[in-house]
Ligand binder design. Structure first.
Ligand SMILES: NC(=O)c1ccc[n+]([C@@H]2O[C@H](COP(=O)([O-])OP(=O)(O)OC[C@H]3O[C@@H](n4cnc5c(N)ncnc54)[C@H](O)[C@@H]3O)[C@@H](O)[C@H]2O)c1
Length: 258
């Protein structure tokens, strides 16, 4: 597909946490659908993902970027404007699971680390990218929440709190920025086959049992794959979703339908 065609042709998109997993797949699919993509991550592996997109004929750039660092957000925004002159799509994807921790063994430090990446990072992204989008006449912001922003899971209190925060931050921003033409929606994946899930399972004492239990909690009887989330993000980034804002897009194999 050439840059002039595609569902998001010509749009400039910024994807955080794009070195692997859902962020990398989202960046690849946005590029295949014609977007110009800025990939950021605190992990240097983001460079290889950007280079692979370029090698495939897509348009991509990358920057090292920790989403909890406000000064780095300023640098990213400056760089995007210098290179591309506009920003149409922001995908606030970077996040951590924090592992399985009982509520009483969560330290305040664990709690703050999870909240700072998963929730403060999204707030900072919107705060720094929103004004750019407004100047350009609007845009689409997609915030990665989770099914665990809608329903609880034992031993994941901080993660659930952070993702529930993303859900409501999304709705409040959607209302505030609708007059600016900026749409803000959240995506709520079920368990998806990425390093985040395999690492969390690896650390669990009863990994096989837990994997089977989690799979059984999805009526479609499997974990999702990154493409299934990336496709939802491309839809929200595109004008196909032009009447959607403040919405919760659940992509969970039926996990929350029970
Ligand atoms: N995989 C799942 O089952 C699942 C389910 C629901 C929601 N999510 C959410 O989707 C997003 C992506 O998850 P994933 O499974 O691809 O995870 P992953 O661990 O495979 O990838 C996450 C990426 O975010 C980056 N990152 C972490 N902290 C960062 C920081 N402070 N600054 C910049 N980059 C940072 C990592 O380096 C990594 O490249 C996360 O927000 C996650 O909570 C994932």
């Amino acid at each position: 597909m050439t840059q002039k065609q595609g569902r998001v042709a010509g749009k400039v998109a910024l994807v955080t946490g794009a070195a692997m997993g859902l962020g990398a797949e989202t960046a690849r699919r946005l590029a295949r659908e014609g977007a110009i993509v800025m990939l950021t991550d605190r992990d240097a592996a983001v460079e290889a993902v950007a280079l692979a997109i370029t090698a495939e004929g897509g348009q991509a750039a990358f920057m090292l970027h920790d989403v909890t660092d406000e000064a780095q957000w300023q640098d990213v925004v400056k760089d995007v404007m210098a290179r591309f002159g506009r920003l149409d799509v922001l995908v606030n994807n970077a996040g951590i699971s924090g592992g399985f921790l009982e509520l009483l063994t969560h330290s305040l430090e664990d709690w703050r680390k999870i909240l700072s990446i998963n929730l403060d990072g999204v707030f900072l992204g919107m705060r720094h990218c929103g004004p750019l989008m407004a100047v350009g006449g609007g845009g689409s912001i997609i915030n990665l929440s989770s099914i665990l922003g809608k329903v609880g899971l034992p031993n994941a209190a901080a993660y659930c709190a952070s993702k529930g925060g993303v859900l409501m931050l999304t709705k409040a921003a959607a209302l505030e920025w609708a007059p600016l033409g900026i749409r803000v929606n959240s995506v709520h994946p079920g368990f998806i086959e990425t390093q985040m899930v395999s690492n969390a399972l690896h650390e669990a004492e009863n990994a096989n049992e837990m994997r089977d239990m989690l799979i059984a909690a999805h009526p479609l009887a499997r974990f999702g794959v990154p493409r299934e989330i990336a496709d939802a993000v491309v839809f929200l980034a595109s004008d196909e979703s032009s009447f959607m804002t403040g919405a919760e897009m659940v992509v969970d194999g039926g996990y929350t339908a029970r």
